[in-house]
Design a protein around this ligand. Structure first.
Ligand code: FHN
Length: 445
């Protein structure tokens, strides 16, 4: 017979374990997450790529009113269900899209595999709410894109919305809820474990090597249990090198591989929804729109100039971050010529200045209004973005500078270096120069 004392001891043990679990003293699967060597390598490659193309494209594009049109117009499910019938992108050509990214100097593409409307832009067997089953197009553009990306050496990432305005099992619904005709019950666990993980399995199984999954929408239900450990483990099991990039605007959790900032440089919380925390461990990414919308909006002609895009790319690199620049293609699959002209101009610029961007990390000098620095090996690239005076004084740089020259024409630059800092004598900026790049060569380490 078990004594009362032993029962008490056992009970105390159980209580202690429960307590430890509730204070998260016991490590969960994700807390013990050790990125695989492939994953760590993929992170470095991600940082080297620096510039990516973000694409928001879905059945919402038909209405030319952005990707939130379902929600913004408070449409019902029955109304929205009509939309796929009008989505027939006969002009879509994966080769043209990927070639444009390449011409822009972009090294990766992140495309909406499904947005908050839950509509899969790929051939999904999990549900018929997808492009092959519901549209006259009947094809899988993500498959064509993946094949073309592999052919042209561009990494492909899939944006995946965790938030779903269409699936009844996305219940309880979150902050963006409106009465669109869904029942007031549903099985959120089934939604996560079967529907979402099922579709992620498809994306990571049927499209060859994938750069990673770019999650969005968790902010709709910040306090829900999203089964992240399970989903992240699944992704890393299916493709160890695939990076998990969550746009939850919070401090990164174990299992996540990149910290991304929406419409912000790292740490700047200008839109009010990003965290000011900046990971020193993970690669960083900053996303933005080329005009003012993510998905195609017919009334939006507020295009950023090529020079503005270049400056943003330089500022991102100087903040140790990538830039993911968004375009919203037309519903017929064409890309707005205004986007194309600007992107090609950035590509031209990168063909001259790329050395100071690709493969670099944020330089030793904190970004400031005058500009930023990037670094690669023994070179520091001083990007002068906003400084008209002939002398530029920089804080001290620990390593000895052996030479300085202008990146573009290799003209040498006069400089002084002492314990107080470094002073560069700058030639006056030429008229159309976005960025004056001075290369500082450091004494070998
Ligand atoms: O709601 C989305 C929005 O439509 C778009 O996809 C952006 C891209 O970063 N993210 C969400 C807002 O955080």
């Amino acid at each position: 017979m078990i004594s009362l004392r032993r029962i008490r001891t056992r009970q105390s043990f159980v209580v202690l374990v429960l307590l430890l679990c509730s204070f998260q003293v016991l490590p969960s699967a994700a807390q013990t997450y050790q990125p695989s060597p492939e994953n760590l390598q993929a992170r470095r490659e991600f940082q080297d790529m620096k510039f990516g193309m973000f694409i928001h494209w879905g059945v919402y594009s038909v209405l030319g009113d952005g990707e939130w049109v379902f929600h913004n117009r408070k449409m019902t499910i029955d109304e929205y269900n009509r939309l796929p019938m009008f989505f027939d992108p006969e002009k879509f050509d994966a080769h043209t899209w990927v070639s444009l990214a390449k011409a822009a100097g972009m090294k990766y593409i992140t495309i909406t595999s499904r947005h908050h409307d839950g509509f899969a832009m790929f051939d999904s067997k999990i549900s018929d709410w997808n492009i092959v089953a519901r549209t006259p197009y009947k094809n899988d553009p993500l498959k064509m894109l993946a094949d073309e990306c592999h052919k042209q050496g561009i990494k492909l990432f899939f944006y995946y919305s965790q938030l779903d305005w269409h699936n009844p099992d996305y219940y309880p619904r979150g902050a963006t809820d409106w009465p669109n005709g869904r029942p007031d019950h549903g099985d959120f666990n089934a939604y996560l474990d079967n529907y979402m993980d099922g579709q992620l399995t498809e994306l990571l199984t049927n499209y060859g090597p994938v750069g990673g999954i770019w999650f969005d929408g968790m902010w709709d239900k910040p306090n829900a249990d999203w089964h992240l450990d399970k989903t992240y483990a699944l992704i890393h099991k299916l493709q160890p090198a695939a990076l998990i990039i969550p746009n939850h605007h919070q401090t990164p959790r174990p299992g996540e591989d990149v910290q991304t900032f929406e419409r912000d440089l790292p740490g700047q919380n200008s839109a009010g929804f990003n965290t000011t925390f900046i990971s020193t461990q993970l690669p960083l990414e900053s996303s933005d729109t080329l005009n003012e919308n993510w998905g195609f909006n017919i009334g939006d002609s507020h295009y950023k100039s090529a020079e503005e895009l270049e400056r943003r790319l330089v500022r991102a690199a100087g903040n140790n971050s990538n830039l993911l620049m968004n375009i919203g293609p037309y519903p017929n699959g064409e890309i707005d010529p205004q986007f194309q002209t600007r992107l090609r101009a950035v590509g031209e610029w990168l063909s001259k200045y790329g050395e100071s961007i690709y493969g670099t990390r944020g330089g030793p000098i904190a970004p400031a209004d005058w500009g930023v620095t990037t670094q690669k090996g023994n070179n520091i690239y001083v990007h002068v973005l906003n400084w008209a005076a002939p002398l530029l004084a920089l804080p001290p740089i620990q390593t000895k500078i052996t030479a300085a020259h202008v990146l573009l024409d290799r003209q040498s630059v006069t400089f002084t270096q002492n314990a107080d800092g470094v002073v560069l004598k700058l030639a006056s900026p030429s008229k159309d120069e976005t960025d004056r790049v001075i290369v500082l060569s450091l004494a070998g380490k």
